[in-house]
Design a protein around this ligand. Sequence first.
Ligand code: ZN
Length: 252
Amino acid sequence: MRKSKFTLHYTVMLLQIICLLSPAFAIAGQFNLLHTINEGISGKSCDVTLKYCVEQKCKIPFRKVRSGIQSAYAFFGKLGYTEKFPVTIVFKPEVNVDWSSGDDKKSIRVLGKYDEEEKTIYLTCWRDKWISGRNDFDLDMTYEFYRTIVAHEMIHFLANRFSKSRVNSILSEYIAYSGQIELLPEETVRLLVEKYKVQPFEESEIGEYLFVMDPGVFGLKSYLHYKNSKGLLVKQILDGSVMEPPNSWPPY
Ligand SMILES: [Zn+2]
């Protein structure tokens, strides 16, 4: 039972990737701009603009949002990438992605997504019945977990800023999940790896197939590979020496 739950929720998390493929969403006129803040991400410098757009009646744990952004910068900082970039985050009561497979088209609710066309992060407000009932990675939806979602989406944004060209969506997920899972307590990650018997990726395995079949396992395997390789693949993706997932299934 727990296992199927795990897979189900990962399937929903997987759809965060669709943000990279989904059509642009119009912002103008739909949101109250509550905050445009010039604010030091580290608390020491003031070179980053955070623009928060918030729909009415939307509660936001701003401290956790800022912490998630800092964590994303820290993830890249360890690899030598330290530049700061302005970013826009739009908070909405409900964030959806359009999903289509053949004739089957649907809109699916997600916690967050990143849209590279708009260079905008969309996050679900805190916190209604739907978000309270989530338990991605078998974990309760806490402020702390919300922070990791912010970091995940921010890493998508930053990966595209630090790279020489637009990052392939599956490779972007490899990076985002590595950074997100690194924020979970070590003991939690160890228990998840044991419970689901996850091995680190062999580099040749990294590709869309596992991401589609089981994004949770994809995320854990990515993290383990990232740790074992000391972030080498992330650097190769950002410097353009790896531009496609090593595993090319399905062949397009
Ligand atoms: Zn993602």
